[in-house]
Ligand binder design. Structure first.
Ligand SMILES: Cc1cc2nc3c(=O)[nH]c(=O)nc-3n(C[C@H](O)[C@H](O)[C@H](O)COP(=O)(O)O)c2cc1C
Length: 211
């Protein structure tokens, strides 16, 4: 009887040890098979010109929207500070400008001109198939925001980029003077929607699913 009890308790401890070993194997090693793959990183560059802060506020909201898409790395920079490496390593570029005389500001135009003068995009079309989008702020309701976004998109199209909208038909925009000065909640939401769409499309273009 004593021998039987010994044999039975030793079998129980063997079974417990085996169970623990299987558990450790499943959780520690085999479990990795079921672990979700980290999402591949897609890089979004958000760049802007701003003197009195309105376009900068929109740029920050675009960044928030892009970051809401898993696996997105976002860089926020003023147009004059973007390096060739930052431009060419981006999968998507979102450019924001204040409306100056119903068009993009001189700083933003100079940024595009420098794609050739400083960064040498031609003749290889180094920006080809990157995703592009635009945002703008203007003092008046109807005084050039859409033209500003369209001229930004035109510069991108000339570089064979894939342009997308979001927030509004041509990108996100805000009216900064008049009855409600500054940027309101709806305009910030539009800017976030633009950032999110850009990140989603950049993932699709790179062959990753958007989550
Ligand atoms: C030189 C200059 C020209 C401007 N021209 C226009 C214009 O044509 N239409 C418009 O709606 N706002 C115009 N504005 C107003 C700015 O677009 C507006 O205040 C903008 O939100 C400023 O952006 P920021 O705060 O990012 O500098 C002009 C402002 C300046 C300084």
């Amino acid at each position: 009887m004593g021998t039987f009890r010994f044999a039975s308790s030793s079998r129980r401890s063997l079974a417990i040890s085996l169970f623990c070993a299987v558990l450790v194997f499943l959780v520690g090693g085999f479990g990795d098979i079921f672990a979700e793959e980290p999402a591949p990183v897609v890089k979004v560059l958000v760049t802007y010109h701003s003197r009195s802060g309105n376009t900068e506020r929109m740029a920050e909201a675009v960044v928030e929207g892009a970051k809401s898409v898993v696996g997105t790395e976002v860089l926020l920079k003023r147009v004059g500070q973007v390096t060739a490496e930052e431009l060419f390593s981006a999968d998507a570029v979102v450019v924001g400008s204040p409306v100056y005389w119903s068009n993009m500001s001189g700083e933003v135009k100079t940024f595009f001109d420098n794609w050739q003068f400083k960064f040498g995009v031609f003749p290889e079309f180094k920006m080809k198939n990157k995703v592009g989008a635009a945002f703008a702020t203007g003092g008046q309701l109807s005084s050039g925001k859409e033209v500003t976004m369209l001229t930004i998109l035109a510069a991108m199209l000339g570089n064979q980029m894939i342009v997308v909208s979001g927030g509004g038909a041509f990108g996100a925009s805000a009216t900064t003077e008049g009855d409600s000065p500054g940027i309101d909640k709806k305009e910030l939401a539009d800017a976030r929607a633009l950032g999110q769409r850009v990140a989603e499309v950049a993932r699709l273009v790179r062959g990753h699913s958007a989550r």
